[in-house]
Design a protein around this ligand. Structure first.
Ligand code: SF4
Length: 393
């Protein structure tokens, strides 16, 4: 593992304010993916999308009021299909609408199949300082199974380029693949660690409704590891990453301390974020209210809506305190630092149910960090949804 690059700005521990921009296109649809990603066989009119992003930003700025941005994230889809000029125009637009201090984290997702040095240099020149690569596997048969367009050689080339060009870099792997043994995963993970800089995202393969894998799984043609095997794989992941100084700071995310993704911390610390582009979600505080925004998912429909009325928002819901408390818990318990209990109590107007908390404590699913924070233990992380459900009601 290479030496960690110092962060550009220190983490204040505050939730922060992030701006998320969604690029909804991919070169092909991966069979496990339920993200808002679309394949188009005609070239995408990028200048037209840029104009729409800028118009929607204006509306989000109206809703958020003046803010200092703590992170920007260009996600997708495959944002590395964007031209550097498109990225440059988006980042400039954000800086015109909100205060963007020098040195904040600016992340872009990229796929190894759509990476080339000139574009990477262009993204860096536009202001991107962190790249997150969708590597997903380090063996060719599994990459083919996952429907990826790159092979291991492409992935390694993309990792090398990213390390050369960007101050910070992360990559994703998917494990708990059909037939994957703990030993095989451990070997692959150790190899991945040898290429990592300061951050890795390690997701278990999940079968999501509406995906190609869902149909195969339902028909009995795709068997994924059962709960016990998944727990072994998860345990091995935690042990190996912690032993090399990349402990989990969230269920699936690992970083050298201080190198966590600021943008994702904003989600998990239940901060505010403006979501721009097709299918983007946002959370914006106005006075004592929190507004949940969601935009039209289909790119062309979103584009038409923005061109007609200045934004593609379909929903704008005001979340009540109880809903905010549930979301705070749901997000915060994913984090190793846990959830701020005083904030939860303020929103929910109550303490956690003592009997339920006691049960979860006694069974080793949660633990208190002093009086002010509550977090899931590693065994609690395995049954996170049940823990959240227990504490929330
Ligand atoms: S490249 Fe990413 S966003 Fe696109 S289909 Fe595959 S997993 Fe989904």
């Amino acid at each position: 593992m290479a030496e960690a690059t110092p962060l550009l700005l220190p983490d204040t521990g505050e939730p922060g304010f992030g701006v998320y921009v969604h690029w909804p296109f991919c070169a092909a649809k991966c069979p496990y993916c339920d993200f808002n990603s679309h394949v188009r066989h005609q070239p995408v009119d990028q200048p037209r999308f840029v104009s729409a992003f800028l118009r929607e930003m204006q509306e989000m700025r109206r809703l958020s009021g003046p803010k200092t941005v703590t992170s920007i994230f260009l996600g997708g889809g495959t944002p590395s299909l964007m031209a550097p000029e498109t990225v440059d125009a988006i980042l400039n637009g954000i800086a015109r609408h909100w205060h963007v201090p020098e040195g904040i984290e600016v992340t872009m997702e990229a796929n190894p199949s759509s990476v080339e040095a000139t574009r990477f240099r262009g993204y860096r020149a536009a202001g991107v300082n962190r790249v997150s690569l969708g590597v997903q596997a380090l063996n060719d048969p599994d990459l083919r199974f996952l429907g990826r367009l790159h092979d291991v050689a492409d992935a390694l080339k993309a990792i090398r380029l990213a390390r050369d060009i960007f101050p910070r870099m992360s990559f994703d792997l998917i494990y708990a693949r059909p037939g994957q043994t703990v030993e095989a995963w451990e070997r692959e993970l150790r190899e991945a660690i040898s290429y990592a800089v300061d951050h890795l995202s390690l997701y278990q393969l999940t079968i999501e409704e509406g995906t190609a894998f869902y149909g195969l799984h339902k028909a009995g043609k795709l068997i994924v590891p059962d709960g016990e095997q998944s727990a072994f794989l998860y345990g091995a992941t935690q042990e190996i990453t912690a032993s090399v100084g990349l402990p989990a700071y969230e269920v699936s995310n690992h970083a050298r301390p201080g190198c966590e993704s600021r943008h994702n911390l904003t989600y998990w610390r239940y901060g505010d974020y403006a979501g721009i582009g097709p299918g983007a979600h946002g959370r914006l505080t106005r006075g004592r209210d929190k507004i949940a925004t969601a935009t039209e998912r289909v790119p062309e429909a979103w584009l038409a809506a923005v061109e007609e009325r200045g934004h593609g928002m379909q929903d704008q819901e005001i979340l009540g305190f109880e809903e905010q408390a549930d979301e705070l818990l749901l997000m915060g318990l994913r984090l190793r630092e846990g959830v701020d209990l005083a904030r939860w109590q303020q929103l929910s107007g109550r303490d956690p149910d003592p009997a339920k908390e006691q049960f979860l404590l006694e069974h080793g699913f949660i633990e208190r960090l002093g009086n002010s924070r509550l977090r899931c233990t590693p065994s609690g992380m395995l049954v996170l949804d049940a823990v959240v459900a227990d504490l929330a009601c």
